[in-house]
Design a protein around this ligand. Structure first.
Ligand SMILES: [Cu+2]
Length: 326
């Protein structure tokens, strides 16, 4: 029995669709998703994988079938049949990609908006007042002939509050500075400065980011978020971590010789662990600060000033204390 070609085409079409739909959900190409926002990005990625996998099967399948079915027969020396343009075919293969591209465009725009990409607070004067001045070489750059640096009025860029969170301040606010070749995290409320980003699970986090030297890019693959950090500008990134764990912070902008080493980590803590970390580090930075202010070695008596060095060299401190000045 010979199956009519229209039915065969239909069956192949259904087969390709089913395989693509399955692969689109089971490709395992992405790392674990650790933020509330990640699910939406994954949805878009899965859709694109589904469509492109279907297209690969279709195009490569047609190619393979043609290679076999239309191969040159033995003793056949005739030319192939000349084929000229086919208007309906051309309309179809122009219209289908156009619809796909337009659909993906609208869908991705919707996700960008849901994530807070269109937050006006993240891109206006308002946020600059909220963040205050930022540190960095960019401010100092145009100091010519004693001129004052220009007023810091650049806009903030990035992912701000989602429409649902509009106008609300995030639970945790961290200033992030990218510099060759490290990330520095500054918690304004508690005064903590850290080389690692600690955040509590389930609470909204806002990063206010800038760079000290060149452009860097702050990227946490598990959040599905990436944002450039730019000297003299503030960029925002707002997200809600959803899974306890340790995730890499990567610089995704070739920023210099040791760019590859510019890595840190984000630790998503339970609320209790986070509170403990804050308590521990707030105390640590407070004592460090006091010591830094209080100790002026020049004012110390010789014995005390030399004690740490003597200790290191294995000299009895009492000996030094007994030395008299000439
Ligand atoms: Cu970098």
């Amino acid at each position: 029995m010979i199956i009519p070609s229209s039915i065969l085409t239909l069956l192949v079409g259904i087969g390709i669709t089913l395989v693509s739909l399955w692969y689109g959900q089971n490709h395992n190409l992405l790392p674990v998703a650790a933020s509330a926002e990640a699910a939406e990005v994954d949805g878009l990625f899965n859709l694109m994988i589904t469509i492109s996998f279907g297209l690969v099967l279709l195009v490569e399948g047609v190619l393979l079938v043609s290679l076999i079915k239309f191969r040159r027969q033995k003793d056949d020396t005739t030319d192939a049949a000349p084929i000229h343009g086919n208007i309906p075919l051309e309309i179809v293969w122009t219209a289908i990609p156009a619809v796909i591209v337009l659909g993906i465009g609208i869908y991705s725009f919707e996700i960008y908006n849901n994530m807070g990409g269109l937050d006006p607070m993240a891109s206006g004067q308002h946020s600059m007042h909220a963040h205050g001045k930022i540190k960095g070489s960019a401010i100092a750059a145009p100091l010519i002939d004693g001129q004052q640096p220009p007023e810091f009025t650049q806009i903030a860029l990035g992912i701000g509050a989602s429409p649902a969170q509009e106008g609300k301040v995030a639970a945790v606010n961290v200033d992030v500075t990218g510099l060759q070749f490290a990330w520095i995290f500054n918690y304004k409320e508690t005064g903590i400065t850290s080389g690692e980003l600690h955040v509590p699970v389930g609470q909204e986090v806002q990063l206010n980011m800038t760079a000290q030297d060149v452009i860097h890019a702050f990227w946490i693959p598990q959040l599905r978020l990436k944002q450039d950090t730019i000297p003299g500008r503030i960029t925002e990134l707002r997200f809600t971590p959803s899974k306890v764990g340790t995730y890499p912070v990567v610089c995704a902008e070739l920023c210099g010789g040791y760019h590859g080493a510019m890595r840190s980590q984000m630790i998503v803590d339970t609320p209790e662990d986070y509170a403990a970390w804050v308590a521990e580090n707030a105390v640590a930075s407070a004592t460090n600060l006091q010591q830094a202010v209080a100790i002026n070695p020049a004012e110390l008596p010789d014995g005390e000033f030399l004690a740490p060095y003597a200790n290191e060299m294995g000299i009895n401190p009492n000996v030094i204390a007994q030395i008299h000045h000439q």
